[in-house]
Write a protein that binds this ligand. Structure first.
Ligand SMILES: Nc1ncnc2c1ncn2[C@@H]1O[C@H](COP(=O)(O)OP(=O)(O)O)[C@@H](O)[C@H]1O
Ligand SMILES: [Mg+2]
Length: 257
């Protein structure tokens, strides 16, 4: 996309956003809260149109956001599991809305349960699951809706640190096998670097891409990577960029100088 901006009344959420994602790439997006990360995803998912003048391209073709609806699989910031549906029926929701055969979709979901750490839990309801399991059901739904681009908006944001690192390793494992193109939002720099081929650091609102940081660390990645000197050096760079932006938004919101 290029020159993508988005204004909500008096609030300019995005200003001249510019970036692209290659097929099969895992790109992570970090930035201060309120800088327009979710707005960016809503545009890419086809739920919001950018302001006039912005250019979106999908597979080389320029398009309106609305044309992306249904071509991209999207896991919103909240897990959005339906409390009255069991694990399997939550997992097939997007396929069902699309008009897929329910029986076939259920069979496919059942076959995927072990990979998502949910074997034997098909009949359970969301309230009977741990936080990590609920996130895996939501992720499974996103994986089942097979699209060329997958958007994950802070999928592990609400999890405790231990569950979170386990889920990160697990996600890399699943990604390694399925090789989807992923855009992943997080506010956790370790997570962004551990997962991504590339980290996009967004500026304070109005959001734009402040820094495009390739992560040339070998895969498969192991938990101890986060203490490696190369990792720490990248982290310092990204943190410096984020801190500068966080200070800006803090100064703006408090009126301090
Ligand atoms: N639908 C909307 N209507 C009005 N303002 C919105 C809407 N969506 C987002 N905003 C505003 O745009 C800014 C960016 O929000 P958001 O994209 O959710 O940020 P982030 O996900 O980075 O925390 C915020 O100031 C938010 O209040
Ligand atoms: Mg958000």
């Amino acid at each position: 996309m290029s020159r993508v901006s988005k204004t909500f009344g008096p609030v300019q959420a995005l200003n001249g956003l510019e970036f692209s994602v290659n097929a099969g790439e895992f790109v992570t997006v970090v930035g201060p809260s309120g800088c327009g990360k979710s707005t960016l995803f809503n545009i890419v998912a086809g739920l919001e149109e950018p302001d006039d003048g912005g250019i979106l391209r999908f597979k080389g073709q320029s398009c309106h956001a609305a044309e992306l609806l249904g071509r991209v699989s999207f896991m919103p910031q909240r897990d959005l599991l339906l409390p009255w549906r069991n694990v399997v029926d939550n997992a097939i929701l997007a396929n069902e809305i699309e008009g897929a055969n329910r029986k076939e979709a259920r069979a496919k979901a059942l076959a995927m349960l072990p990979e998502f750490g949910l074997a034997g839990f098909e009949k359970q309801y969301p309230h009977q699951l741990s936080g990590g399991m609920r996130q895996r059901v939501a992720l499974m739904r996103t994986f089942m809706f097979e699209r060329e681009l997958m958007l994950l908006d802070e999928p592990f944001g609400a999890l405790d640190a231990l569950t979170r690192t386990m889920m990160q390793r697990w996600l890399l494992d699943v990604w390694q096998r399925h090789r989807r193109t992923i855009l992943f939002i997080t506010h956790d720099v370790d997570e962004a670097l551990f997962l991504g081929d590339r980290v996009l650091v967004m500026s304070a609102r109005p959001g734009r891409v402040k820094m495009n940081c390739p992560v040339p660390l070998p895969r498969p990645r192991h938990a101890d990577l986060v203490t490696a000197p190369e990792f720490i050096a990248l982290k310092r760079q990204v943190l410096d960029a984020i801190e500068e932006e966080a200070m800006k938004s803090f100064t703006l919101s408090t009126g301090a100088h």
